[in-house]
Ligand binder design. Structure first.
Ligand SMILES: [Zn+2]
Ligand SMILES: [Zn+2]
Length: 340
């Protein structure tokens, strides 16, 4: 007997023939983040009013340094504190920013040591940039779009896509400058540089991989990306990513069907720690990413592979793997390598 899919729309359950992607979708559903997780991890939530997001206050966000969207309030004044070196500066006009150069550490500080240069916490920065920067727009609730309910396709798969975004600093804060979306076959369905709305302050190339040259002649705007997403996704589409809350903030997207690889593969020390994507890719896929220039397609593909690998491992464990004692690990390795 063919497996069926229970449709939720219209309140009437109907059974449909699932293809492989429909089966994968059904399996993937067990990893969807709860609304409590979305709240706690700083995802933009429905705000009541159209085009507005709501962010819940979360103590976690103040201690979690892995996400850029940790500011609790939207500050739209011209007085800023530099996100990198913590100095005060002012955006007097779109063309005039006070404060001079920014000297900072571009890596993370771990156990009082800066990863970028090995210097002690509190030491003078190892990197100099032309200007200070801020991310005060991370809690700006305006300009959001929300995915809508659409009929479930016959194959039972409303879509599974992995997303990775890059952001650069403008006078408005952090803005989207690159986005890549891949489907469950690892096929790129959207990959574009994005022209920010405000004047560029710093391309943030060291983290984003985006350069001045990349954005030359680019006319794609955030609105274009949002239109593509609303056309392609429905409310039931599973969107996959690593700490996807920052991507949703960059995309100004409200969507609640989320598989987040940072939650799917919890850090050994538990929250608020989160494993880096490159660590998970190395450990679980033997995939070595982010070794040279940052590439959003590489990250999106790694997220999709991690999500599918988790689902495949589970079906392997509950199926033929459970009876294959002894050779089980080797069998699993081969199974996953075959799959990818
Ligand atoms: Zn600074
Ligand atoms: Zn440093």
């Amino acid at each position: 007997m063919a497996e069926g899919y229970t449709s939720s729309e219209g309140g009437s359950a109907s059974r449909r023939a699932l293809d492989e992607s429909g089966k994968l979708y059904t399996q993937m559903k067990s990893h969807i983040a709860t609304s409590g997780q979305l709240d706690r991890h700083g995802f933009p939530r429905p705000g009541g009013a159209a085009n507005r997001a709501h962010f819940l206050e979360s103590e976690w966000l103040n201690i979690t340094k892995v996400s850029p969207c940790k500011s609790n309030e939207f500050n739209n004044s011209t007085h800023k504190k530099c996100r990198r070196c913590k100095k005060d500066f002012t955006i007097e006009t779109p063309d005039r920013v006070t404060g001079g150069q920014c000297t900072y550490h571009h890596g993370r500080c771990w156990n009082n040591i800066w990863k970028c240069c090995g210097k002690q916490e509190g030491s003078r920065g190892c990197t100099t940039a032309g200007t200070h920067v801020h991310d005060d727009n991370m809690r700006d609730p305006s300009g959001y779009v929300t995915t809508v309910i659409k009929p479930t396709p016959e194959n039972g798969n409303p879509g599974m896509y992995a997303i990775d975004c890059e952001m650069s600093y403008t006078i408005n804060g952090l803005e989207l400058t690159s986005v890549c979306i891949v489907d469950h076959n690892l096929k790129t369905v959207y990959h574009s540089y994005v022209k920010p709305d405000s004047r560029m302050l710093d391309y943030n190339t060291i983290h984003s991989g985006v350069t001045e040259r990349d954005l030359q002649g680019v006319s794609t705007t955030l609105k274009d990306v949002q239109n593509f997403m609303l056309e392609t996704f429905s409310k039931d589409t599973i969107l996959i990513g690593h700490s996807l809350e920052s991507d949703f903030v960059a995309l100004k997207l409200i969507h609640e069907t989320v598989v987040d690889t940072s939650l799917m593969y919890p850090h050994p020390r538990g929250l608020p720690f989160k494993s880096a994507l490159r660590t998970l890719a190395e450990k679980h896929l033997r995939l070595y990413i982010q070794r040279g220039t940052h590439d959003s397609k590489e990250d999106a593909v790694a997220c999709m592979k991690l999500a599918i690998a988790k689902v495949r491992r589970q079906s392997f464990s509950s199926g033929r793997g459970s009876s294959a004692r002894g050779g089980r690990n080797r069998g699993l390795e081969n199974f996953l390598l075959d799959f990818f």
